[in-house]
Structures are given as structure tokens and as C-alpha cells.
Design a protein around this ligand. Structure first.
Ligand code: SAH
Length: 339
């Protein structure tokens, strides 16, 4: 039996065989509002009990942890086949509530500094498994509400294009999130970016750049050998050219590796013509990569160089490092012991 969010409308109608036809839409809507069958008080008691048995969850919580600041929660889930993935919920003072979803268990991209990449690829997630992460995290959020979803958890969403896009459409059409509040992040899978540019919904695109010359990028992000910078930049141009698309670059600052003045100059030369926003973040520690993140003063200096070169750049707060929930730290092991 597939998880409840991997049922199509027709599958759900089959589960509801013998019930009035309107029940299918009613239950579909309730599920996407995050209600458990037991909580669907607009259904007869016997039907609720039956649905509780038949609409099996696709995700079971193994552990959940909250950071010391109390604004970031991470879940470790077990999927129906025992595969493990993680999801992060972030609350902001502005009222924004962002869920960071995984699109794959593990990742095949092998970025050297990323804990998910260090662990290797396990399997693709289904669209339902992606949607269910949002629904379950949303239940735990203040007001039971999610405002933004970022595909920045475990895995490479554009290497699992079909499920990623199906999840985007469900989050838009059934959960009710606007495309503007959905962000797909990619290591730079060129055919995927081009495909995304053709889609009807103008979601946001984030490209994990981290280096702006091929020699350095080859060493940090191995897929750069297949899709080198010129090809990534061309795909980004196509993205910008299709209407209403927003582009940002992610740049994890690594001490002495990609935080030099020459790196800022090379990044500015790429980002400025694309009017891309640059998100800077000091590298988070992971077990398999020993170089540390750029110290705070260096991060500010790097940002100032970008801004002086006419690039829109912001430094992102590192949240959830104490529960290994920050960018690049998701390894589906829950919270590793300190030290
Ligand atoms: N595979 C997609 C989605 C993952 S998003 C992508 O690469 O965009 C996770 C983000 O965290 C990416 O920008 C990734 O490069 C970044 N990241 C990975 N390891 C990190 C680390 N140790 N510190 C900070 N950011 C890291």
C-alpha cells in the first residue's frame, strides 16, 4: 500500500468506494490541510476509523530535535521501506515559516563539503514523500501553517525531476502555496534548469555555485566536470529570460579556499550580469571535510566586495548547527553526539 500522499485522486476514490462521490475531494482536501483521518470530524465515525487504517502514512518520525534558539526543528523520518531522510522547519520573527525538504535519500553529487554527498546515494523520494514532509512539519509549526518551501534538504532535486515537479504542483495546487514561495535548489544540473524554465509555475531557482572558476569548482562540486560554469551560466540566462523568474546563488564560504578577493571578483563577474542575488553562508562543519568556514570578519569583507561590485549579496544566519540541521549537515543520522 503506497503512503497516503502517493495515492492519486482516483486511488483515493477507490479507497472511498461505496461512499458518496463528494467524499473523495473532501478527504483529499483534508489530507492536504494536514488533518489525520481521526481529526476529520466532518466524516462519520466509522469512516474515520476505516481511513485511519487504510490511509497509511508514508513517513514515520524516528526522532525530532529543536535547536537551542528554539526556532529550528529537525525530523528524522523512516520511510515505508525503512529508508531514512530528514526535514527542517525554520521559524522567522517576520512570521515566515519555511520547510526545507529532502528530495532524495542520500545524494549522488558528491560535493566534498556536504554531509549528504559524503554519504552517497540511496534512492529517489516519491512526490508523496516530499509533500508529506511539508504536511507533517506544518502540523508542528505555529498556527499549523507553512509559508515557504525550499528544496534544500538531502538530495539533488533536479536529478529527481519528475517527483520534484509533481511535488511542486501539489504544494501549489493542493496545499495552496504560491510559486513565489517555493524554491528549487540545484548543484547546477543544466538540462533540469532548462526544463524548469519552461514550466508554467515561476518557482524560484537557487544555484549552489561555491566557486566561479572551473578549476576550483571541479574540486568542490564534481558535477562541474559534466556541466561546467559556461553551461550553467547559459542555463541561468535562459532561466532569467523566461518571464518572472528569480535567481540566486548559494556560496558556502570556506576558509582560504573560496573567500579570497579573486573569488569575490570572479563571482561578481558572473552574478552581476544575471542580476542574481548571492546568499553567503560560512561553511558548516561536516565529518568528512576538515577545512573550516570563513570567520565572521572574512564573511563581511567578502560580502562588502560583492556589494561594491554591484552585486546584491546577503549573509545568511547559520541556524541549527547545534542539532546538525544546518545547510550541508543532513546525514539522516538524527543528531550526532557532540565532540
Ligand atoms: N543538491 C541541491 C540541494 C541541496 S541544498 C543543491 O546542491 O543545491 C543544500 C545547500 O547547502 C547547497 O547550497 C549546498 O551546496 C550547501 N551546503 C552543502 N554543504 C554545506 C556546508 N557544509 N556548509 C554550508 N552549506 C553547505
Amino acid at each position: 500500500m503506497p503512503g497516503r500522499f502517493d495515492l492519486s485522486v482516483a486511488d483515493l476514490a477507490a479507497v472511498l468506494d461505496g461512499e458518496p462521490a463528494y467524499r473523495t475531494r473532501q478527504v483529499w482536501r483534508s489530507l492536504h490541510q494536514g488533518r489525520e483521518p481521526e481529526e476529520m470530524t466532518d466524516l462519520p465515525q466509522a469512516l474515520r476509523a476505516r481511513l485511519a487504517r487504510e490511509l497509511v502514512p508514508g513517513l514515520q518520525p524516528v526522532t525530532s530535535s529543536v535547536n537551542a534558539d528554539g526556532d529550528t526543528t529537525k525530523w528524522l523520518w523512516s520511510l515505508a521501506d525503512g529508508t531514512r531522510v530528514e526535514t527542517v522547519l525554520m521559524e522567522y520573527r517576520s512570521g515566515r515559516v519555511t520547510v526545507c525538504v529532502s528530495s532524495q535519500a542520500g545524494c549522488a553529487m558528491a560535493c566534498t563539503f556536504c554531509a549528504t554527498g559524503q554519504a552517497g546515494f540511496e534512492r529517489h523520494l516519491t512526490a508523496g514523500e516530499i509533500v508529506e514532509q511539508v504536511i507533517r512539519a506544518g502540523r508542528a509549526s505555529p498556527g499549523g501553517r507553512v509559508s515557504n518551501v525550499v528544496f534544500m534538504g538531502m538530495g539533488e532535486p533536479l536529478a529527481n525531476y519528475g517527483a520534484t515537479w509533481a511535488a511542486v504542483e501539489r504544494l501549489h495546487g493542493d496545499v495552496g502555496l504560491s510559486a513565489r514561495h517555493l524554491t528549487v535548489s540545484t548543484v547546477g544540473i543544466v538540462p533540469g534548469i532548462l526544463r524548469l524554465a519552461e514550466e508554467r509555475l515561476p518557482v524560484n531557482l537557487a544555484v549552489s555555485l561555491h566557486a566561479a572558476n572551473d578549476e576550483l569548482r571541479d574540486s568542490l562540486v564534481p558535477i562541474n566536470r559534466r556541466y561546467p560554469l559556461t553551461a550553467v551560466v547559459e542555463a541561468c540566462q535562459a532561466w532569467i529570460a523566461s518571464r518572472n523568474r528569480r535567481l540566486s546563488f548559494e556560496w558556502a564560504l570556506i576558509d582560504g579556499v573560496n573567500d579570497r578577493p579573486s573569488d569575490a571578483a570572479e563571482l561578481a563577474a558572473i552574478a552581476r550580469p544575471l542580476a542574481a542575488h548571492v546568499n553567503l553562508i560560512p561553511l558548516n562543519p561536516t565529518p568528512g571535510y576538515l577545512t573550516r568556514g570563513t570567520p565572521a570578519a572574512g564573511v563581511r569583507a567578502f560580502r562588502d566586495r560583492l556589494v561594491a561590485a554591484g552585486v546584491n549579496a546577503t549573509v545568511r544566519r547559520n541556524r541549527g548547527t547545534d542539532i546538525a540541521a544546518a545547510c550541508g549537515q543532513l546525514a539522516a543520522t538524527g543528531v550526532p553526539p557532540l565532540g
